[in-house]
Design a protein around this ligand. Structure first.
Ligand SMILES: Nc1ncnc2c1ncn2[C@@H]1O[C@H](COP(=O)(O)OP(=O)(O)OP(=O)(O)O)[C@@H](O)[C@H]1O
Length: 211
């Protein structure tokens, strides 16, 4: 289980997260919903320890380490003169069975230079790299941005697979329907805290949710 206790993050005088608490069970997919600037990315960066915070982040009774996280950021940057295949070879050897399975699923032109990929193809490439890392905590910050209809369904499938592997998945999205499809719970981030957690049976209440 992942336990986030009394997380506080400030930038200069601005308190972005304030006594933020959240528990996530293994094999659980949690959506984080919050307006622009609510602190979603700041929360992810705290888990990843790339911002200064106070509070505790515990995984299986031990402090969470960066090496236990796979983090797909909203924007993905690539060196343009590298092929998809070269990029992925940094994550795992190319004859590994997981590599082959993912390549077949995503059907990307791996011998092309990344600079010729569309933004959706780049997103898929970054996602494959992230999945190859095979970590217990998987953070997906706006994974649906720029991904086509087929890609969205591949993402649903991938997130479902992560769940079946008992991994923790944390997803943020502005497209609330994508969270309904993927998440076991949806946590509302407002005023620097998780103000409410909606279970699947309560999603109907979120249909017309406005901040
Ligand atoms: N490195 C930083 N320095 C100063 N302020 C920051 C920094 N990072 C984030 N902030 C501020 O913290 C607040 C929360 O930002 P954050 O990016 O976490 O929000 P978000 O919920 O991910 O927003 P969005 O939906 O727009 O991506 C914003 O007011 C932002 O300006």
């Amino acid at each position: 289980m992942l336990e986030v206790r009394n997380l506080n993050v400030s930038f200069k005088n601005q308190k972005v997260l304030q006594d933020f608490n959240l528990n996530i069970e293994n094999g659980e997919i949690v959506g984080i919903l919050g307006k622009n600037g609510a602190g979603k990315t700041t929360f992810f960066e705290s888990l990843y320890r790339s911002v200064k915070f106070s509070g505790e982040v515990i995984l299986e009774n031990q402090h969470l380490k960066r090496e236990q996280i796979s983090y797909l950021e909203t924007e993905n940057y690539f060196y343009p003169y590298i092929t998809g295949k070269e990029y992925l070879s940094y994550f795992k050897e190319i004859n590994n069975s997981k590599y082959i399975e993912l390549i077949e699923k995503f059907n990307l032109p791996l011998n092309k230079f990344v600079q010729y990929y569309s933004s959706g193809m780049q997103k898929k490439l970054a996602l494959i790299g992230m999945l190859l890392l095979d970590k217990p905590i998987n953070i997906l910050d706006e994974p649906f941005n720029g991904v086509d209809f087929e890609g969205v369904h591949i993402l649903y499938d991938i997130i479902g697979n992560l769940k079946s592997e008992n991994k923790i998945v944390i997803v943020s999205s502005h497209i609330i329907e994508t969270l309904f499809h993927t998440c076991d719970k949806i946590a509302i981030l407002q005023n620097g805290q998780i103000e409410k957690i909606y279970e699947k049976s309560e999603y109907e209440q979120l249909q017309n949710f406005k901040f």
